[in-house]
Design a protein around this ligand. Sequence first.
Ligand code: FUB
Length: 312
Amino acid sequence: NNPFSVFIWSVFLLSSHAFAQNPIIRNQFTADPSARVFGDRIYIFPSHDILAEEGKGRIGWFCMEDYHVFSSENLTDWMDHGTIIQQTKVDWVNPDSYSMWAPDCIEKNGKYYFYFPSTPNKTITEDKGFCIGVAISDKPEGPYVPESKPIKGVRGIDPNVFIDHDGQAYLYWSQGHIYAARLKDNMLELDSEVKILEDLPTKGLKEGPFVFERHGIYYLTYPHVAEKTERLEYAISDNPLGPFKFKGVIMDESPTGCWTNHHSIIQFKNQWYLFYHHNDYSPDFDKARSVRADTLHFNADGTIQKVKPTLR
Ligand code: FUB
């Protein structure tokens, strides 16, 4: 109990709290982390990068065949709950497409809704573009039961769901631009026209939307290719469907050339965190990525301070 050892332990605990732990998932490649707080744990729903080989995916490109879910009570010890969805076990997905890209998950009335993009098989459409499907569970870690068809009226990737204080849910996704629509109470169907969120910087690809609300401000955060690789930017509004006003950069482009970044932002035990990815364990191939986390801070006026990625 002497003050010096209390100080040393505090420094150790602080430094082990998402500062010195990156990348946080180390047993496999993970990307596109959608972090959520359910109960007293953080859950991460990431993409699962694997390496393509002859007859399995497209060599040199993203290769993803399933999703795992991870959880932690302290941001340091992560539990891998195993596979929750596989490309071969969803009716509408092309089982050879290896395109289980960035997902999201949200809770409503005690059910967990897992949203994931993939390329459909011919029973859905001949068109090879992405659709977005939903799988439902009673627990965050599954088992999840996928719907047999993707969401009608949605073509694209990177689903994100936000539920406002009044219970209204919104689906966001991307396909070059960022799109948004209201969801019905069943969380499975659109309940409005699709809106393109056009008030963002006009040049360059924008994808990976993540929306949250803090003190009455709706934040639309997204990766944007302003120069060479993606950087994380944000825009704000007083309405979940905008119009949004561009506010700034949350994380600069990767200095080492990982072309994608994809993120989520959550508050856990009074601290805000940014989850994102980088190719820490695959410096020569930027489609084998690893999930990272760092603390995120707001200024008094609600603007977000830039996050500098911590090193390992
Ligand atoms: O992981 C595949 C794709 O790369 C995601 O859908 C994009 O957001 C980018 O991270």
